[in-house]
Design a protein around this ligand. Structure first.
Ligand SMILES: Cc1ncc(COP(=O)(O)O)c(C=O)c1O
Length: 400
């Protein structure tokens, strides 16, 4: 036990447990020498962007690993989502969860498509297919599923709903690199899937992303669209944008790829230490990953049941932050509570009761290669201490 009395909590003036900040999503860095060698290489070549050799190598390696025909590297997942939605011809309304990062909704809105928020299944945190059917209208053109925490959506049901109603189906797989659905790596489901390789993702290319698909025609279109619509030298045949991945990002992506298994192992180990440390704390529930599937274990997500803990998720975050544990509320407050959606759909929350509940009780804890077992044990003890003393902590003025 590191604290014996609540006055020792940093929130009430005690010394923080950690001298340095512990972050969610602190980047994993692979083999530095390999990365620097690649950077020297690309500088020597003077080929810095525009479908360079490292981008091509990364695309081939990722396609091979994921078992998909096409992998189109992009500058980030947000632009990749925009390009993907446009390539699929989405317009009117597209159904997606509100319990996702705001980029999923913004990518649609940016194209003039109305995001229609659908509630989630409280057990999986993913879009609830049963509720999808309720929000289909004559304007609906597609469904954007999000594999939240790398746990696959109910792909089978979403696929049959899409088929039944003639809708296009794509997935935001930003969390799901290295994760499986029914034993098959995510990347080949729906008409296309979009990954993020942002610095905070366990597999990063500084900034970056990719679209994967098995459809040749779609792949051609995606490649063109990411490069201003060029079909050849001086020949633009369609509207496009600049979604290209740079060579330095691809160099980092290739280097991350080489260390990917180590990153997953570190994440898995961290998950097990968290699981062990939080297991018997009443009112604190660590999300589970199926033993039958692969996951990257990047996300250490807990749900706080205030009725049992005596302190709210937000107060627990305050306690943790004061101790230099930068836990994060995810995806608080939900896309439907952010602008422009909050103003555009003021009644959305009425149809999203599970999303509303989740956004008030979910928090994410630090993990990744920058966080050690000892750190995690101390975080778990701190959470235990806060919960044991939850009722008392909640009454103090500093807690408000
Ligand atoms: C679910 C989801 N979608 C999209 C994105 C956007 O990714 P990027 O930062 O690569 O644009 C993120 C990033 O965190 C995300 O979590």
């Amino acid at each position: 036990m590191y604290k014996t009395n609540i006055n020792e909590l940093a929130l009430f003036g005690g010394k923080p447990i950690f001298n340095e900040l512990l972050h969610v999503g602190r980047p994993n860095i692979g083999n530095r020498e390999q990365l620097l060698a690649r950077i020297n290489n690309l500088l020597d070549r003077r080929w810095l962007s525009n479908n360079g050799p490292f981008v091509q190598e990364l695309e081939q390696k990722l396609a091979g690993y994921l078992g998909v025909k096409h992998c189109i590297a992009m500058c980030n997942a947000t632009v990749a989502l925009e390009i993907a939605a446009r390539a699929l011809g989405l317009q009117g309304e597209v159904i997606l969860p509100s319990f996702t990062f705001i980029a999923s909704a913004h990518a649609l809105q940016w194209l003039g498509i109305t995001p229609v928020f659908c509630d989630v299944d409280p057990l999986t945190h993913n879009i609830d297919p049963i509720k999808v059917e309720n929000v289909i209208t004559q304007y609906t053109t597609g469904i954007l599923g999000v594999h939240v925490w790398g746990r696959a959506c109910n792909i089978d049901k979403l696929s049959s709903i899409a088929k039944k109603h003639g809708l296009r189906l794509m997935f935001d797989a930003a969390h799901a690199f290295g994760c499986t659905h029914q034993g098959k790596l995510i990347g080949g489901f729906g008409e296309l899937e979009v990954f993020s390789f942002h610095a905070t993702k366990f597999f990063n290319s500084f900034e970056g992303g990719a679209v994967t698909t098995t459809n040749d025609e779609l792949a051609e279109k995606l490649r063109r669209m990411r490069n201003f619509g060029f079909a050849g030298l001086d020949n633009v045949i369609d509207i496009g944008t600049n979604g290209k991945m740079s060579e330095v990002s691809a160099a980092m992506g290739l280097t991350s790829f080489e260390s990917m298994n180590e990153f997953i192992e570190a994440n898995h180990n961290n998950y097990l230490v968290y699981s062990n440390g939080l297991d018997d704390i009443s009112g604190v529930q660590l999300i589970k990953y199926s033993e039958k599937e692969k996951n990257n274990y990047q996300y250490i997500v807990i749900e706080i049941d205030e009725g049992s803990t005596g302190l709210s998720r937000d107060l627990l975050i305050k306690v943790l932050h004061a101790e230099n544990v930068r836990a994060r509320r995810y995806f608080y407050p939900g896309c439907h509570q952010m602008e422009p959606y909050r103003s555009n759909f003021p009644k959305a929350k009425l149809a999203l009761p599970e999303t509303e509940k989740l956004t008030s009780k979910v928090l994410q804890l630090p993990s990744g290669t920058a966080v050690g077992e000892e750190d995690i044990s101390r975080i778990c003890e701190l959470i235990r201490f806060a919960v044991v003393n939850g009722a008392e902590i909640s009454t103090l003025p500093e807690s408000r």
